[in-house]
Design a protein. Structure first.
Length: 272
């Protein structure tokens, strides 16, 4: 596939959620050489949110994609505030994946470097939705990455395209959770299962939850998905005990640990 020209524009790291200080009012860092001196509060972990997008597109993405993940970012920031967590939403340079150029994955790698530049040696949980979940999985090899949460990930079908299967070796040493609605008509749940199956072979700390009867946006079981996301993030970044279903999913061999059903009411009594 021919490379697509990338317009001259900046990727951005949205303002931090969950921390205070005058720098918290900054809208974004610059793509290269941007400013930012900290938030006025010690940060001990970062949730980096990667929004969705499309297969192709080099125009500036709509702000709707970033706005769609802000409630999740706010929920995670609130859940980890006592631990010193902050959350950022990455704003891509362009709206599409664009084949081998994988522009969102590049932007994720830049954002990770920026997190290290700003906060130092702190663990990062990459949290992506749709195309952003694919970017999170690709960028997991960065030294700052501790864990990856991939929600309704958009993954290629090698049998239907000229792309190679997405790599999995970069996941070694990371905590990895994939979540997919069984009725997702935009991103194929079977492809995320097949990816998780390959990932589990090289990284035992991989699990996958299925949200039965839910679609791509996971709105039908939103409360449970948010609780699962917060539990996974707190456990991976701050060594808290995972809820029993997450422990069981990580410990179980395929297919059980990769088709773990997300129970109704998850989060009401997480530790039981």
């Amino acid at each position: 596939m021919a490379q697509q020209a990338l317009p001259v524009r900046e990727a951005r790291l949205g303002k931090p959620l969950g921390t205070a200080g005058k720098e918290g009012a900054r809208e974004a860092f610059r793509w290269r050489g941007g400013g930012g001196r900290g938030t006025g509060r010690e940060v001990s972990g970062v949730a980096l949110l990667l929004p969705g997008g499309g297969p192709t597109g080099v125009r500036r993405p709509s702000p709707v994609a970033a706005l769609a993940v802000r409630p999740l970012a706010a929920r995670l920031a609130k859940a980890g505030r006592a631990e010193g967590l902050t959350a950022h939403v990455v704003r891509y340079r362009c709206s599409g994946w664009n084949g081998p150029d994988a522009h969102p994955a590049r932007d994720a790698a830049w954002a990770l470097d920026e997190v290290v530049r700003r906060y130092g040696d702190v663990p990062v949980c990459l949290v992506g939705t749709g195309m952003g979940a694919r970017a999170a999985l690709h960028a997991a090899g960065h030294p700052a990455v501790n864990s990856v949460l991939a929600l309704a990930p958009w993954l290629p079908d090698p049998g239907q395209s000229d792309e190679r299967p997405d790599p999995v070796k970069q996941l070694i040493g990371r905590q990895v959770l994939l979540v997919h609605g069984t009725n997702d008509e935009r991103t194929d749940p079977d492809l995320s299962y097949r990816y998780a199956e390959r990932a589990k072979k090289v990284n035992r700390d991989t699990c996958r939850f299925e949200v039965h009867s839910d679609g791509h946006s996971l709105h039908q079981h939103r409360a449970e998905v948010l609780s699962l996301a917060a539990d996974f993030m707190l456990g991976s970044l701050f060594a808290r005990d995972y809820a029993r279903p997450v422990k069981d999913a990580l410990a179980a061999p395929p297919p059980l640990g990769l088709r773990m059903p997300l129970a109704a009411g998850f989060g009401v009594s997480l530790r039981h």
